[in-house]
Design a protein around this ligand. Structure first.
Ligand code: ZN
Length: 724
């Protein structure tokens, strides 16, 4: 058997994986050869396997230096769950626990010992007597003052190579540019170490950016398409985390807020509930996520645009660490950009921050492959499009935007460069609202000139005009007096739109303007796994069993099984230990420990599946007809709607729905007392404006939850009947 075969066997036995990920095998073989390595691998790339597997293959104990005590504990828990002898040593432990660890170490009972750099000196006497298999230094960028996270205690790690010259050393980090890499190698005394630099690409992340309109509605729809999945929504402010979490909760989702203004206890509770999948959704400021090792985060949504690409990449990087498909969604709005600029104004490094913000904005507004932009930003120059971002799936098509541009620029002129974006759009579309009427804008010549263009589309085109330099956002009117508007000397709060030298080319010289068509965001597939479509109930039952076991054992759920393993169970539906062993992520230890519970569940699920699916549908239909009949009978007996609801133990809403159905079936029902003509009018007006007029929820949210669902439905139904 070759070395790589036996390593694969070891991988399957202890970790349950069938194959290595990018670079892992090469790195592991390099360590087994007794050589030093410097590993740059993005979070989620499988860094720890690079030292955990050699630790099992080699004699002696592996010394692992890790800076975060919480992460250390998680890793040790995960190793133990896989039947591996691992322990940690740090300042938080009780005396007895420390003695136990030291004795296990001295007697060579440990495959791995994790230690914080600050505690290394205390462990030194014992280490001197212990045969070491390898030394791994995790988060190695902390040794470099060039790095973004310097820790003084790390500088003492240079002594390790002097003290243990024969032991292979492996330094690992997720982020280090070239100068930082050189510095790490020099300080650790491993200048000759082979460098393994993995790509920053996270191909399992789907990248999408949408205009930040009706974000709540968009998020609710997104959640409907991602049932049972765990995810993070990042917001700019503490207040908005709380508001959004409350709205999601009232819509029936298990969601919680997290921000630095909460007490330490509340934050710890929220974090724990999230890690253990009790609260699958966390709505947080960027304070959330540092040091959280949760592999099954399936999506990350940015409610607001982050202030630079580094932050954005780090935050979306929290999704899909298990390597399975994960979705990221960024809402981009013009208002956010303005707010971020205001935060930055006056900062000591203002120019630097503005430049970073502009790179982020360019990413959000990109009309070419987003992954290419990101990787280029991090210095990986790639040519090929990724085919896994919204732009690749829906490449923009261009059209002659000259006429629209002329209308827009002409309106800006006539508004004397005083209107912010929203007002400009309202005027162009001929909106009849207070802002327009107060200022008398309905009298200007371009009022309603673009009423055939949808509000959102028009906004998109105007932003494109700004990006192409045909318009500029003006914050300080006093500094920008123009011939068009000699009186504009008031300082401005909102960005107002003003002309640029390029505008004249369009307005007076007939310059051609190219615009990209607006892509309908709903057209972009939010991938939902096929597996879940097939058996969402089984997946949910497996998930609940996992949560229960996790609670019993007081470990995070993913330590029992990853989402990948659960999905594989849904596909394979193993009913014997032999079959169970074929599931991805099932090694010997997990087979023995968990197979009985999971097999039991799967067996009973399979035996309860209806043999003949159509019968089930028929049964439901029959039940529905029955329920209508019962309502009908009570109406005929003269019961009021409230009495029917009471008698039948149903909500009044259901009864209204019955009425609509009965009317459809030909029953004579007078709806007049139930809904006022003005209410019908409101609903129909909303229908003309809404992005998704076929979704009742859109109306419900549009009316700020003030109009009940049944009434919306009834109004739409009555209009339909009238039109028919
Ligand atoms: Zn792409």
């Amino acid at each position: 058997m070759t070395q790589s075969d036996s390593l694969l066997q070891l991988l399957k036995k202890h970790f349950g994986y069938e194959r290595f990920r990018e670079n892992q095998l090469q790195i592991i073989e390099h360590v087994l050869d007794g050589k030093d390595s410097l590993v740059i691998m993005p979070t989620g790339g499988g860094k720890s396997m690079c030292f955990q597997l050699p630790a099992l293959a080699l004699k002696g104990t592996a010394l692992v230096i890790s800076p975060l005590i919480a992460l250390m504990k998680d890793q040790v828990d995960a190793l133990r769950a896989n039947g591996i002898q691992a322990a940690f040593y740090n300042s938080t432990q009780a005396k007895e626990e420390i003695e136990e660890v030291l004795s296990a170490l001295e007697n060579s009972h440990l495959d791995l010992i994790y230690v914080a750099p600050e505690s290394l000196a205390l462990l030194a006497p014992t280490l001197a007597k212990t045969p070491l298999s390898l030394i791994a230094i995790d988060e190695a960028h902390c040794i470099s003052s060039w790095g973004h996270d310097f820790r003084p205690a790390y500088t003492q790690l240079g002594r390790l190579k002097v003290q243990f010259p024969e032991v292979p050393l492996i330094a690992l980090t997720a982020t280090a540019d070239k100068p930082t890499q050189d510095d790490i190698a020099a300080q650790l005394g491993i200048s000759e170490a082979k460098r393994f630099v993995s790509s920053f690409d996270r191909p399992n992340l789907f990248l999408e950016v949408r205009p930040g309109q009706k974000r709540l509605q968009q998020i609710l729809k997104f959640l409907d398409a991602h049932p049972f999945e765990s995810g993070i929504v990042y917001c700019l402010s503490r207040k908005s985390t709380e508001q959004l979490a409350a709205k999601l909760s009232s819509a029936g989702h298990r969601a919680q807020a997290y921000h630095a203004g909460m007490s330490a206890q509340d934050r710890a509770d929220a974090q724990e509930a999230f890690v253990n999948d009790r609260t699958p959704i966390i709505v947080a400021t960027i304070a959330f996520g540092m040091g959280i090792d949760k592999s099954n985060v399936r999506w990350v949504i940015h409610y607001n645009m982050p202030k630079n690409v580094e932050g954005y990449y780090q935050e979306i990087g929290r999704a899909g660490r298990d390597g399975l498909a994960a979705t990221t969604l960024l809402f981009y709005s013009y208002a956010d950009t303005i707010q971020l600029r205001q935060f930055i104004q006056g900062a000591s490094n203002e120019n630097y921050q503005i430049a970073k913000l502009e790179r982020m904005q360019q990413y959000a507004e990109a009309l070419s492959c987003r992954r290419k932009i990101l990787l280029n930003y991090f210095g990986e120059f790639i040519q090929k499009d990724c085919e896994h971002c919204d732009i690749c799936l829906n490449p923009p098509t261009y059209f002659d935007g000259t006429l629209i541009a002329q209308k827009v620029l002409s309106a800006v002129t006539r508004l004397q460069e005083q209107a912010p974006l929203g007002t400009l759009i309202d005027v162009l579309r001929g909106a009849q609202n207070a802002i327009v009427f107060d200022k008398g804008y309905q009298h200007i010549k371009t009022y309603g000139a673009a009423k055939d263009v949808a509000w959102n589309d028009l906004q998109h085109y105007i932003i494109q005009l700004i990006n192409q330099g045909y318009l500029e956002i003006r914050f300080q009117a006093a500094l920008h007096e123009t011939p068009n508007n000699p009186k504009a000397l008031r300082p401005t709060k909102n960005g107002r739109l003003a002309l640029t030298p390029l505008s004249n080319e369009v307005l007076y010289k007939g310059a051609y303007v190219k615009l990209a068509k607006v892509v309908k965001t709903h057209a972009v597939v939010s991938e939902k796994t096929v597996v879940k479509k097939a058996h969402p109930e089984l997946y949910e039952q497996l998930r609940l069993l996992r949560a229960e076991l996790a609670r019993d054992q007081n470990v995070p759920a993913y330590i029992i099984f990853s989402d990948a393993s659960l999905k594989d169970m849904v596909v394979k539906q193993p009913q014997t230990p032999e079959e169970f062993k074929q599931v991805s992520g099932v090694g010997q230890a997990k087979l023995e420990r968990y197979a009985p519970d999971f097999i039991h569940l799967i067996k009973s699920f399979v035996s309860n599946q209806p043999k003949d699916a159509p019968t089930k549908i028929k049964a439901t239909k029959k039940r529905k007809n029955n329920t209508l009949d019962q309502t009908k009978k009570l109406i005929e007996k003269g019961y009021s709607l409230e009495e029917i609801a009471e008698t039948r133990q149903l909500t009044i809403s259901s009864i209204y729905n019955h009425l609509i159905k009965l009317h459809e079936q030909g029953m004579d029902i007078d709806f007049d007392p139930m809904i006022h003509a003005s209410e019908i009018k409101q609903v129909l007006e909303a229908k003309a404006q809404l992005d998704e007029p076929d979704k009742l929820k859109s109306y419900y949210l549009h009316f700020e939850e003030q109009m009940p669902y049944w009434k919306i439905k009834l109004a739409l139904y009555l209009q339909e009947v009238q039109e028919a």
